[in-house]
Design a binder for this molecule. Structure first.
Ligand SMILES: C[S@@+](CC[C@H](N)C(=O)[O-])C[C@H]1O[C@@H](n2cnc3c(N)ncnc32)[C@H](O)[C@@H]1O
Length: 425
């Protein structure tokens, strides 16, 4: 059948809609999922699924089954033109003028379905590099909504030399992140390590409960407020006003009542200097300025550092051969999984490759007692699904011996089901 050429206009981009063979089967309702029962692994714990097949078909079937995912991670072919990989990373020759068009058409169809699979508090993460980042950002802005853009993570993925760049060393790629709904998305935060922070250097009799402290000037250059500008009496009776440090107009950091509370509760320190009296607040490690226990937390940064070499070594350790280029490291995926605070999330990766996302899901469950489940979709080009994705995760569940002959315990409390996309004749 000859396909009529049509074009898609989307968010300022224009590309040729490349009709894929699989679309005919979707249209004619010829697809189903069939389990390969002999490949079932494990009997207990979260049930994970590996779907072998084209992900457009896989996504369509998940949609038809009414599935929902709290976290979607994808690492699609970057379209770098590299033909040495086990999977295709060149949708056209690098000289071809419409190579980006084909890639955009391919991605758009899949992401439109992915958007409908995202649960209402969910988020999607998309790995990419400079070859297609700009286009992917525009495509995603259109599909997920510009207002739902969370961040473009920048991942340092190499260490030191060995980079192949000519003018400058490019040692990073990206990870776009969109919320299903930015107003309801909550990410977990990083706990600040106050224990080893050397700026807390003083001790007092409250050390056990409050921890060590450092001193902060009570004199404060902020916007002027009359209630923060009052007289303080130093231990020798000297009267002090704010502005000694920064000049007038100035205020104290705390109001009068709070200051009185600080004096009573040993949060205030006076010091006599050659220039006169100074007054400080004690900032403790383990309590806040209301004497309440606190865990200091800050949002995670969008600048991350997870090395590709680690991913390759992890896979080689399991499969004993260098069979797949650039699997992502499990710690990157654990970082992503951990951003969603719930520990029973449904995770989807529809460009699964070596299946790092499932391996990382199981490792994270083991680490924090979670019950997350993971669905992978990947095609079987060059037998990747059978020989890499399945083999790797089966070994991860059952345990294996690494390249140095060390036994690595299995992640036994997990079940894996192998499903195939079937196309009716
Ligand atoms: C960049 S790799 C993903 C690597 C993965 N994140 C890992 O850590 O191993 C992309 C994978 O998607 C697969 N793929 C490409 N097009 C696909 C399609 N239409 N349907 C299913 N899988 C596809 C490729 O075969 C390849 O294994």
């Amino acid at each position: 059948m000859k396909n009529k050429t049509n074009f898609i206009y989307h968010n300022g981009l224009y590309w040729e809609n490349k009709v894929e063979e699989i679309e005919q089967s979707i249209f004619k309702n010829k697809l189903s999922l069939q389990e390969v029962k002999t490949r079932k692994v494990g009997n207990e714990g979260p049930l994970h699924q590996l779907i072998e097949g084209d992900n457009l078909a896989g996504l369509h079937l998940l949609q038809k089954n009414g599935e929902n995912f709290d976290l979607i991670y994808i690492d699609p072919p970057y379209n770098t033109g590299n033909k040495d990989f086990k999977y295709t990373d060149a949708y056209f020759n690098t000289e071809d003028e419409i190579r980006h068009s084909t890639w955009s058409s391919f991605m758009y169809k899949r992401l439109v379905i992915a958007q409908t699979l995202l649960s209402k508090n969910g988020a999607i993460f998309l790995a990419i590099d400079d070859a297609e980042q700009a286009r992917l950002k525009l495509i995603c802005d259109g599909i997920f909504g510009e207002q739902n853009f969370v961040a473009n993570f920048i991942r340092k993925n190499k260490a030191g030399s060995g980079h192949d760049s000519k003018q400058v060393a490019v040692e990073f790629d990206y990870m776009l992140c969109y919320a299903s709904n930015i107003n309801t998305l909550v990410f977990s935060q990083e706990t600040v390590d106050v224990e080893n922070d050397i700026k807390y250097k003083f001790e007092d009799k409250f050390i056990t409960r409050r921890g060590k402290y450092y001193l902060r000037d009570l004199d404060y250059k902020g916007s002027y407020s009359k209630t923060l500008d009052y007289e303080i009496t130093a231990p020798n009776g000297t009267k002090m006003l704010s502005g000694g440090l920064f000049g007038k107009p100035n205020t104290w950091r705390w109001g009068k009542d709070k200051f009185e509370w600080g004096l009573t509760n040993d949060y205030i320190v006076f010091k006599e200097t050659p220039k006169g009296w100074k007054v400080y607040i004690k900032q403790y490690q383990f309590v806040d300025n209301k004497d309440q226990k606190r865990v200091r937390q800050l949002p995670y940064r969008a600048l991350i550092d997870f090395n590709n070499a680690k991913g390759s070594n992890e896979l080689k350790d399991i499969l004993k051969q260098d069979i797949f280029s650039y699997p992502k490291p499990t710690d990157l995926l654990q970082f992503v999984i951990n951003l969603i605070p719930q520990k029973n999330t449904n995770i989807l990766d529809f460009f699964a490759g070596s299946g790092t996302t499932l391996h990382a899901t199981m490792l994270q469950n083991k680490k924090d007692g979670g019950k997350r489940s993971c669905t992978l979709i990947t095609n079987n080009e060059n037998r990747i699904c059978e020989d890499v994705t399945y083999a790797r995760n089966k070994a991860a569940i059952e345990g294996f011996e690494n390249r140095r002959g060390k036994k690595v315990e299995g992640l036994e409390d997990n079940q894996l089901q192998y499903l195939k996309v079937q196309i009716k004749k």
